[in-house]
Design a protein around this ligand. Structure first.
Ligand SMILES: *[C@@H]1O[C@H](CO)[C@@H](O)[C@H](O)[C@H]1NC(C)=O
Ligand SMILES: *[C@@H]1O[C@H](CO)[C@@H](O)[C@H](O)[C@H]1NC(C)=O
Ligand SMILES: *[C@@H]1O[C@H](CO)[C@@H](O)[C@H](O)[C@H]1NC(C)=O
Ligand SMILES: *[C@@H]1O[C@H](CO)[C@@H](O)[C@H](O)[C@H]1NC(C)=O
Ligand SMILES: *[C@@H]1O[C@H](CO)[C@@H](O)[C@H](O)[C@H]1NC(C)=O
Ligand SMILES: *[C@@H]1O[C@H](CO)[C@@H](O)[C@H](O)[C@H]1NC(C)=O
Length: 498
C-alpha cells in the first residue's frame, strides 16, 4: 500500500495543519463578471447546441464517430462569420441527426464560435466571449478535500517563488508551453503528445478561460503529457549553493518520489481514440447504469477489463483469472481495442459494466484514467497497491472508499476480499456507495474546473516575473481549435489507427 498507505496518514488532516482554507474564497465573485454580446446578424445560420467536441468529431467520417455522443458542460453555438453561413454545418456535419439534443442543463456555459468560412487562417475573436450568466460555479463553502493537495504540490516553491529560469528548465520533457496574458492563451508546441492528449487538455483550459472570464491571472507553464512523473524530489532535497529549486512541470499524475504538478487528465474532456465520452456526460450515464442491476443482484466476483500489455503487474493479475483448476473469485478480461472498434464499442460501454459486486483497479504504465469510472459503479473497488496519484486519488481512504489488494499476493488477496464481502454485504455496499458518492458529488466537472482554476491561480501567485508571449507561441482559442478539424483528424489517424 505504498501510495495510498501514506495518503491514508496524510488524509488524517494532522499533516496538513498549514493548509489554508481560503482556497475556495474567490468563487463568490465569479459569476458576477459576465459580458453579453448580442448575437450578430447571423439569424439564418444553422446552430447547434451539441457540445463542441461532438462538432469536432462529427466532422470525421470515421467509424467511431457514430457512437460518439457528447454532452459536455460547455454548449457551443457555431456561427459562421461571413457570406455563406450554412456551409460549415450543413456540408460538414452529416451525422448530426444521429445525436439527440442533450437536455438543457442548469450548469453550462453557452457561447458562440465565429468561424471564418473562407480558407484564410482562422483567427481568434478580439472581443470577449459570450458567457451565460446562469453558469453556477460550485458553492464556495465546501471544497472537496482533495483541493488541499494544490498547496502541497506547490510547496517546493513556497520559499523561492518561481522564476522564468525555473520554468524554462522544465522544458526538457515538456510537450507544450502555455502562457496566459490578459486572458488570452498562447501555446508553443515542443513535441506532439501521444494521441490527442494535448489537444483535449488545451481544450479544457480554453473552457476554463470561458468559465472564469477575466479571473485567470497571467501565467507561464510547461506541460508534459507523458505518463510518468520525472522531477525527482531527491535531486532537490539538500540545501546548498549548487542546489537549485526544482523546475515546475505540469502533468497528469505524480508519485511519492516526484514533484510534478498534478493537473486533471485529458479524459475529463473525452478520449476520442477509445470512445470515452467527456466526463460530464459519462458521469450521468454511470449514474443511470448503476440503477440497472442492484448490488445484491450483481455477479459476486471481482471484475477487471483492460489492456494487460502496458504493465507487468497487469499480466501478473491475469494469473488470478478463473480456470478449471482454480477460482480466485476473479473474472478478468483483456481489452482488445481492435475488435472493439470493429464492433462499434458495444462491449466497452463503461455504464454497462457496473454488473459485478467487486471491481478491480490496477495501475497501467502509471496511473490509469479508469479509476474514476471504476469507483463510480457502486461496487466495491479492489485497488491493487497504487504508486501514482492524480488530482483526487490522494483523498481516497482504504476501507472507507475502497479495499486494498496486496501487490505481491494479488490472487489470494482478491479471493479473501470477495469472500469477506460476500459475508459482510452491508459493510461492502457502504464502502462501494461511499466511493460512488465521492465521485458523483465531489468529482463533478464543475469541481474539476474549479480545481484547475485554483491550481493555476496559486501557481501564478508564485511567479516572480511578468509572463509574456513567447516568440514562437501562437494564440489559441476555441475557434482555432474547432473551426478546422483537419489537424485533430490527422492526430487520431496517427494514433491507434496508425
Ligand atoms: C465574426 O468575425 C468577423 C471577422 O472575423 C467579424 O466581422 C464579425 O463581426 C464576427 N461576428 C460576430 C458575431 O462576432
Ligand atoms: C445559447 O444561446 C443562444 C443565443 O443566446 C440561444 O438561442 C440558445 O437557446 C442557447 N442554448 C442553450 C443550450 O442554452
Ligand atoms: C485557398 O487559398 C488559396 C491561396 O492561398 C487559393 O489559391 C485557393 O483558391 C483558395 N481555395 C478556396 C476554396 O477558397
Ligand atoms: C464531498 O466533499 C465535502 C467537503 O469536503 C465533504 O463534506 C463531503 O462529505 C464529500 N462528499 C462525499 C460523498 O465524499
Ligand atoms: C558548485 O558549483 C561550482 C560552479 O559550477 C563548482 O565549482 C563547485 O565545485 C560546486 N560545488 C559543489 C559542492 O558541488
Ligand atoms: C478469464 O476467464 C474467462 C472465463 O474462463 C475467459 O472468458 C476470459 O477470456 C479469461 N481472461 C483472459 C484474459 O484470459
Amino acid at each position: 500500500m505504498q501510495g495510498y498507505g501514506n495518503m491514508f496518514l496524510h488524509g488524517s488532516g494532522v499533516y496538513y495543519r498549514h493548509f489554508s482554507d481560503t482556497i475556495c474564497s474567490p468563487l463568490n465573485r465569479i459569476s458576477a463578471a459576465v459580458t453579453r454580446r448580442t448575437p450578430g446578424n447571423n439569424s439564418k445560420s444553422t446552430t447547434t447546441t451539441t457540445a463542441l467536441l461532438l462538432f469536432i468529431f462529427s466532422l470525421f467520417v470515421i467509424a467511431f464517430v457514430y457512437s460518439f455522443y457528447v454532452d459536455s458542460s460547455v454548449a457551443v453555438t457555431i456561427k459562421s462569420g461571413s457570406s455563406s453561413p450554412e456551409s460549415i454545418l450543413t456540408t460538414k456535419q452529416p451525422h448530426e441527426h444521429k445525436h439527440p439534443k442533450p437536455p438543457p442543463k442548469k450548469n453550462r456555459i453557452n457561447y458562440s464560435l465565429n468561424c471564418t468560412t473562407t480558407n484564410e487562417t482562422q483567427t481568434c475573436p478580439s472581443n470577449s466571449p459570450l458567457i451565460d450568466p446562469q453558469y453556477q460555479t460550485p458553492s464556495s463553502s465546501s471544497c472537496p478535500d482533495y483541493f488541499r493537495w494544490i498547496h502541497e504540490d506547490l510547496r517546493p516553491w513556497k520559499e523561492t517563488g518561481i522564476t522564468r529560469e525555473m520554468v524554462e528548465r522544465a522544458r526538457r520533457t515538456a510537450n507544450f508551453r502555455l502562457v496566459i496574458v490578459n486572458g488570452k492563451a498562447y501555446v508553443e508546441i515542443y513535441e506532439k503528445a501521444f494521441q490527442t492528449r494535448d489537444t483535449f487538455t488545451l481544450w479544457g483550459i480554453l473552457q476554463l478561460l470561458k468559465l472564469y472570464p477575466g479571473k485567470l491571472p497571467d501565467l507561464d507553464l510547461m506541460f508534459d503529457c507523458y505518463d510518468w512523473p520525472v522531477i525527482l524530489a531527491r535531486n532537490y532535497r539538500e540545501k546548498g549553493p549548487n542546489v537549485t529549486a526544482p523546475p515546475p512541470l505540469f502533468r497528469y499524475c505524480g508519485n511519492e518520489q516526484t514533484l510534478d504538478l498534478v493537473f486533471p487528465d485529458w479524459s475529463f474532456w473525452g478520449w476520442a481514440e477509445i470512445n470515452i465520452k467527456p466526463w460530464d456526460s459519462l458521469l450521468k450515464e454511470l449514474k443511470e447504469g448503476n440503477k440497472k442491476v442492484k448490488w445484491m443482484d450483481r455477479e459476486p466476483y471481482a471484475y477487471w477489463k483492460g489492456n494487460p500489455a502496458v504493465a507487468e503487474t497487469r499480466q501478473d493479475l491475469l494469473k488470478c483469472n478463473v480456470s478449471e483448476k482454480q477460482d480466485w473469485n476473479a473474472r478478468l478480461y483483456a481489452q482488445d481495442w481492435g475488435a472493439e472498434i470493429q464492433k462499434g464499442y458495444k462491449e466497452s460501454n463503461l455504464a454497462d459494466q457496473c454488473i459485478h459486486r467487486y471491481k478491480i483497479y490496477i495501475e497501467g504504465s502509471a496511473w490509469s484514467v479508469s479509476e474514476k469510472y471504476i469507483l463510480a459503479c457502486d461496487s466495491l473497488t479492489l485497488i491493487v497497491s497504487p504508486k501514482y496519484y492524480d488530482i483526487f486519488t490522494r483523498s481516497l481512504l482504504p476501507v472507507h472508499h475502497y479495499w486494498p489488494i496486496k501487490e505481491t499476493d494479488k490472487c489470494r488477496s482478491i479471493k479473501f476480499a470477495v469472500n469477506w464481502g460476500n459475508t459482510h454485504k452491508k459493510k461492502v455496499q457502504e464502502i462501494g456507495k461511499a466511493a460512488s458518492n465521492f465521485i458523483h458529488e465531489n468529482l463533478t466537472m464543475e469541481y474539476v474546473y474549479d480545481y484547475m482554476f485554483h491550481l493555476l491561480n496559486e501557481y501564478a501567485k508564485l511567479l516572480k516575473f511578468q509572463p509574456t508571449k513567447p516568440e514562437k507561441a501562437n494564440e489559441i482559442c476555441s475557434e482555432t481549435m474547432a473551426c478546422r478539424a483537419e489537424g485533430l483528424e490527422r492526430e487520431i489517424h496517427d494514433g491507434i489507427y496508425g
